[in-house]
Design a protein around this ligand. Structure first.
Ligand code: WTA
Length: 572
């Protein structure tokens, strides 16, 4: 398996040799790329947008090629600067400023990006949410963050229970329908009146700018806090991993509710002044290939589930399109199967570069680089300047080929700086002295390539989305028919994993298709469609520890037909 290698495609890559880059690279040198290095005035949104207009002569360059089934629009860097200035002015008018949490809850659109950048220019902390979240999920996040404002659309407005969120003062609605309720504000009307110039709020490199909620195996989702300083990593990975060149047309398919849609959907391409494609609407293989062709995409960043879905749609559709502009493809979020890499090489005639990182790392950590041979199935090698390793449970580094905890020496530029309101959970990541412990297991081969093995905990990865089993279990047991519930990830050829729930029913309930549908719907409306179980199995009783904790390990063994292992802590 280690033997298969795909050689680099010849070309003028920004990184010419991985070994050389590792030997000579220092993060401090990247600082010179930013205007704050000379002015001392820091704000990531200024560097990503305004600077392209004011210092680099890229004002008329297209920043966004936006399209969805109903709308198609180009936004230049100057327009993005002006619109984000307008929104920053709107926030200022309502007294919203530095350090305040402002959420965004809407489908992808040019308005979303202008609002996002406006929040950060105003010194605020942006909290992007997936449009798929339902009321319970929205409420939990806004409450934890004590958000003061949110930007949304009429269709999603009803999922924001303002009455139950004492800190939430303002709801900006893009194109509201009917009369505005208390605290509701017409986004477009305010924008029309706002000035297109704004004095960016200068901050410290260590000041926060982004709050992203993500799931762990226990408890509610945690708010991962990122700071302006992350730009150093977004810039440098954009240069070496994405290999941005001035005339690239770049398409990152990730939603901005997910870290990839921010770090690599906004920061990395904007900091390099390249043009991005953003597509709204549903997934459809034909539309995706058409987007690649019509927009002449050169760099495409997506995820294994999407590639597997495209693969299963057949290669005939690809043959109908001219995809010759592609230089390389990137993948993140889940294990990238070797057969997908081989398929990519065959049908697109370019390589798919896997890379590994997490919401908490803020940017890419282990990657395949255009100048480096890739081994299908491997995530690649650590980014220069980052020390990633496989460690045992005491924090000792393990030699090649031994499986252990995938860990990173703390202190890379885009590392999270806090779990919002929860210092204990933050410290838990760093419990092995000096190491950030990822929760993933992996090994390194003799040539320094990293190979993903799985999660150490029970976190489920379905279509690249992290789902915490605890959240789903908590929702399930709120249903009157359910006495207890245990949730696991079940291997799935397309989605990586799907959510499977084991439940025990309360007395007096019988299992029917109607009850099943009702329960699935119950989870969907409480959390999100992607958090609902695809399979439910009813058991008389679930395996529990003596302290009453459901043993997901045993459920998983049941599911896979494996031995259940040590059951000494089982209840009876
Ligand atoms: C998984 C996504 C295998 C992993 C940017 C990690 C991967 C979690 C890969 C983070 C990869 C991410 N190969 N697994 N290349 N990349 N993962 O926070 O389990 O949504 O811990 O961030 O996704 O998911 P998150």
């Amino acid at each position: 398996m280690h033997g298969e290698v795909i050689q680099p495609i010849p070309g003028n890559h920004n990184m010419t040799s991985y070994e050389e880059a590792c030997a000579n690279f220092r993060w401090e040198d990247v600082e010179k790329e930013f205007s704050w290095y000379t002015t001392g005035k820091v704000n990531i949104a200024y560097e990503a947008v305004d600077r392209n207009v004011l210092e680099k002569g890229l004002g008329d360059k297209v920043c966004l090629y936006y399209s969805d089934p109903k709308r198609s629009e180009e936004v230049t860097y100057r327009q993005m600067m002006e619109r984000s200035n307008q929104f920053a002015n709107v926030l200022k008018k309502y007294g919203i400023g530095k350090g305040e949490r402002v959420f965004i809850f809407m489908p992808r659109s040019p308005e979303l990006y202008a609002s996002f950048l406006g929040i950060i220019k105003s010194g605020g902390i942006a909290g992007p949410l997936f449009e798929a979240f339902m009321e319970g999920a929205v409420k939990d996040r806004l409450a934890d963050a004590e958000a003061i404002a949110i930007i949304t659309t009429p269709a999603l407005r009803n999922r924001i229970p303002k009455e139950e969120l004492p800190h939430l003062k303002h709801i900006f609605i893009v194109d509201p329908q009917g009369e505005l309720g208390e605290g509701e504000i017409d986004w477009r009307a305010e924008m029309a009146e706002a000035s297109t110039s704004f004095d960016t709020v200068w901050v410290d490199r260590e000041d926060p700018m982004l709050l992203l909620y993500t799931s762990g195996s226990t408890g509610k989702p945690k708010g991962v806090l990122h700071v302006h300083n992350g730009m150093i990593q977004h810039y440098q990975t954009g240069k070496w991993v994405l290999d941005f060149q001035a005339d690239d047309i770049y398409w990152c398919t990730a939603d901005p509710g997910w870290v990839t849609g921010i770090s690599y959907g906004v920061w990395a391409p904007y900091l390099h002044g390249v043009s991005s494609v953003i597509r709204g609407g549903r997934f459809s293989p034909r539309d995706w290939y058409k987007t690649l062709q019509d927009k002449k995409v050169t760099i495409w960043y997506s995820a294994p589930t999407a590639f597997r879905m495209l693969m299963s749609a057949g290669d005939d559709i690809i043959a109908e399109h001219d995809l010759s502009n592609l230089r390389h493809i990137l993948s993140v979020g889940e294990p990238l199967n070797p057969e997908v890499v081989r398929w990519g090489e065959r049908v697109f005639n370019v390589r798919i570069h896997d890379n590994w990182w997490m919401t908490e790392t803020g940017g890419q950590v282990i990657s395949n680089y255009p100048c480096m041979p890739i081994k299908p199935g491997s995530m690649g090698k650590p980014f220069p300047g980052i020390h990633a390793a496989i460690v045992d449970d005491k924090g000792n580094e393990l030699p090649p080929l031994q499986m252990g905890n995938l860990a990173i020496r703390a202190g890379w530029p885009s590392m999270m700086r806090q779990i919002w309101n929860n210092p204990k959970r933050y410290e838990d990541y760093f419990r092995l002295e000096g190491w950030y412990v990822s929760g993933d297991s992996a090994y390194m081969d003799e040539e320094g390539y990293f190979w993903f093995q799985g999660r150490v905990d029970d976190v489920i990865n379905t279509s690249g989305e992290r789902v915490g089993p605890f959240e789903v279990e908590s929702r399930l047991v709120e249903h009157p028919a359910i006495a207890e519930a245990g949730v696991i990830g079940k291997p799935d050829p397309v989605r990586g994993e799907v959510i499977k729930a084991f439940i025990a029913l309360r007395e007096g309930y019988t299992w029917t298709d109607e009850l099943r549908d009702e329960i699935v719907q119950f989870v969907k409306t409480g959390l999100a469609a992607h958090a609902a179980p695809r399979e439910i199995e009813v058991r008389d009783k679930l395996p529990k520890t003596r302290s009453g904790k459901i043993m997901r390990r045993v459920l998983k063994a049941w599911e896979l037909g494996l031995p259940t292992g040590d059951l000494s802590t089982l209840e009876d």
